[in-house]
Design a protein around this ligand. Structure first.
Ligand code: NOJ
Ligand code: CA
Length: 727
């Protein structure tokens, strides 16, 4: 590792050590006086510690309260961001919240560069100042280290309990981290639910957060709200004086997800860990390191979006040595047709809990050999890497909401899905198949079958699986956000990596930068995806303008963009009010604004065939990048991002807006100066409107350079997508 260390071990101590050598008995008394003064001075020094960002705009002050509670506060450009806030852990045996003394501190500078396997940048700079405070509790003698890392983007800190005699295995019952804010900030929030993040964002003041006022009849089958004022992280806020503040966590491993309990009168946030089945939070042992708690701050919203690199920097480097098999993928799939009710996942169509074998086919099964071949043809013709097929395996008749242990075996196909024929056909056409493992929440069952499931994938050459966790978790009593599930996702990523397989999980723990450590964990859902537009009130136009500030902070999302036919009343039910809340070109722009190295073209092949000129953008757009520039951003309003395709001179731009039309002008100074590019601009027609006229778009081609201005005109709920090709 290229860590460059500057070890600032207490210079005063070194000086004192030298004194021991230099001074003889004549100076005995003098030295004694010096030592006393030094001890007093050291006490003061240790009592309060300051840590600054490399650019000195951010400052964190650490101290102990009079009762020996660790406490920190933070400023940005001299403005307070976090008021004095205390830190602590509670184990079943012992409260580790107060009576601490500082035993020493270590400081180091981290400055390195690294390259993600798949990502938004070719190279990421990891530059921060680190302060490690060694604490010891007076009565118990238990040692706890607090580690703070200050980047130019913000602060990360974590708890460590090193190996020691006084504590070994322990049960964590609470973490009492505070984030005390300075005012009644505007906040984009979703309820703190231990089982789902698939919510629409609410925009309000901190003091107005109230889960009891929400309509929770929202298409989410399973909910476990953690409390009336509990919200999820990443929490995106904006202060009255224009500071953007994002509270999140990084590198969550062997630990539950952190939610935030809002104190609406003091504007404080308190950590609330997702509980386990026995009512505590985590079973742990020393040498223990908690996830990092993160506070990202800027007066420029664009910098918040670009600060997801800080989350990656707080994660461990890749545990996978040979990553040559990890590849980005654009895919289509036997998928949307089930969501819109055209076909079914199940073969027999009986939801009565009996197995499908021996039951009469319902005649509407989507995952047939024939239908899959149709998608393979479509993928091959249009240059897609993969085809996902859901509903290929036995079990779908009784998968939903039953809390059943053994619904799927992940290896037995339905009688009308010929594994060999499908895979031979795909191979001949140069297309990869994407496996589907819906667990229906029965994680115990999935782990039991995992080896057989992976062997089947290897036998037929599937490079990746999409997994799903709809329903209540088994082991029963566990939540989607608990330590058990966090560990499950690491276990699956690691086992898949051993077999050179990639994973994309739906209904998973929301990622916190794990794709750095396990780059085969190629994407995840873990937020409200496009699918909700197919069968519920859907996602309002502002939804996708918030995701880059929240869900995307932790890693790539399988949002499944690209729905061209946005009104669901074309599928059988003429009265259906369900719809995608965007224009067609906004669906295109999402391929750029929502980063993922795994992107689906989610609509039906026949719908793409109706709009071949617009479909061209989806065919062209890259999914793995050398560079990313956030050109415009305001959470809840708009986002404009430009990205440079990996290893190429091509750039792509995506601009999206909320329910309001928007006009702006951006300069193309990201393009290489002196070179000419052909820009193909896919934009809303003047009459476009996400609700009234979503498919009114136009496409124009212009020659541009890095000096050219680009006028963006976005309809209500609209977007613009641009591809730039070197002339
Ligand atoms: C929910 C997932 O998000 C969706 O993509 C999938 O089709 C269904 N579960 C069935 O597994
Ligand atoms: Ca889902």
């Amino acid at each position: 590792i290229n860590w460059s260390y500057i070890l600032l071990v207490n210079t005063l101590l070194i000086a004192n050590f030298n004194l021991n050598f230099l001074y003889n008995q004549y100076f005995f008394i003098m030295r004694k006086c010096f030592n006393l003064a030094l001890a007093a001075f050291m006490g003061c020094l240790l009592h309060a510690q300051t840590l600054q960002s490399p650019d000195q705009q951010l400052k964190m002050d650490f101290s102990l309260t009079t009762s020996g509670q660790p406490q920190y506060q933070m400023t940005y450009k001299g403005k307070q961001v976090i008021k004095p806030s205390t830190l602590g852990l509670v184990t079943k045996e012992k409260s580790l919240q107060k009576d601490f003394e500082i035993k020493g501190v270590d400081v180091q500078v981290v400055n390195e560069k690294w390259s993600p396997v798949l990502g938004e940048y070719k190279e990421i700079v990891n530059n921060c100042n680190e302060l490690r405070v060694h604490l010891q509790q007076k009565n118990s003698d238990i040692k706890v280290d607090l580690v703070f890392r200050m980047f130019d983007n913000g602060l990360g800190f974590r708890y460590e309990i090193p190996t020691q005699d006084k504590i070994h295995y322990f049960e964590l019952t609470d973490e009492t981290t505070q984030f005390n804010l300075t005012g009644d900030h505007k906040v984009f929030w979703i309820p703190g639910d231990f089982d789902s993040q698939e919510y629409v964002y609410n925009e309000s003041k901190l003091s107005e957060i109230d889960n009891n006022k929400l309509n929770l009849n929202n298409g989410i089958a399973l909910k476990t709200i953690g409390g009336q004022y509990v919200v999820q992280a990443p929490l995106m806020m904006k202060s009255a004086d224009g500071l953007y503040i994002n509270i999140f966590e990084a590198a969550v491993d062997n630990y539950p997800v952190m939610h935030l309990d809002v104190n609406r009168t003091n504007y404080g946030l308190n950590s609330l860990l997702a509980p386990n089945a026995v009512g505590s939070k985590a079973f742990l042992r020393t040498d223990f390191k908690s996830p990092w708690r993160t506070i990202i701050v800027s007066d420029d919203a664009r910098k918040i979006v670009a600060s997801n690199t800080m989350i990656l920097n707080l994660n461990e480097p890749s545990k996978i040595k040979d990553t040559s098999w990890i590849k980005p993928m654009k895919y289509v799939g036997v998928w949307w047709e089930m969501h819109v009710g055209k076909t079914t996942w199940d073969y027999a169509g009986s939801q009565d809990g009996t197995s499908a074998q021996g039951l009469k086919a319902n005649g509407r099964h989507g995952a047939t050999t024939e239908n899959t071949k149709h998608y393979i043809d479509f993928a091959a013709k249009n240059g897609f890497d993969g085809v996902l097929v859901e509903g290929w395996n036995v079990g779908w008749e009784d998968w939903f909401g039953n809390w059943k242990e053994d619904v799927f075996d992940f290896t037995t196909p339905y009688p009308d899905f010929d594994l060999k024929e499908v895979n031979d056909y795909a191979k001949a056409k140069g297309v990869k198949m994407i496996m589907h493992h819906e667990t229906s929440g029965s994680v115990a069952n999935y782990e039991r079958h995992l080896d057989r499931a992976m062997n089947l994938m290897k036998e037929y050459g599937y490079p990746a699986t999409k997994s799903g966790y709809v329903g209540k978790i088994i082991p029963r009593g566990e939540h989607h956000d608990g330590q058990t599930m966090v560990n499950h996702f690491h276990y699956v990523a690691q086992r898949m990596a051993e077999n050179k397989l990639m994973v994309n999980s739906h209904e998973s723990v929301r990622p916190t930068g794990m794709n750095r450590t396990y780059p085969n964990y190629i994407a995840a859902e873990a937020a409200r995806g496009n699918e909700f537009n197919g069968w519920s009130e859907g996602n309002p136009p502002m939804h996708e303008t918030i995701l880059p500030f929240t869900r995307l902070m932790g890693g790539p999302m399988d949002y499944t963009p690209g729905i061209f036919e946005t009104k669901m009343n074309i599928y059988g039910n003429k009265d259906s009010k369900y719809c995608v809340h965007t224009t067609l070109t906004k669906q295109l722009a999402l391929y750029v604004t929502l980063y993922s190295p795994l992107q689906m073209a989610a609509d039906l092949p026949e719908n793409y065939e109706k709009y071949p000129d617009a479909f061209q953008f989806i065919k062209d757009v890259a999914v793995d990048w050398d560079d990313t520039k956030v050109l415009e951003a305001e959470p809840g309003y708009y986002v404009t991002i430009a990205r440079k395709a990996k290893g190429k001179e091509d750039w792509f731009l995506g601009a999206i807006t909320d329910e309001n039309a928007r006009q702006s002008e951006v300069t193309l100074d990201f393009l290489t100066p002196g070179k000419k590019y052909i820009a193909t601009i896919y934009e809303d027609a003047p009459t476009a409107d996400w609700d009234k006229n979503p498919k009114a778009y136009s496409i124009r081609t212009v020659e541009v350079t890095s000096k050219s201005p680009l006028k963006l005109k976005l309809a209500k709920g609209g977007g613009t997508a641009v591809s730039f090709k070197l002339k």
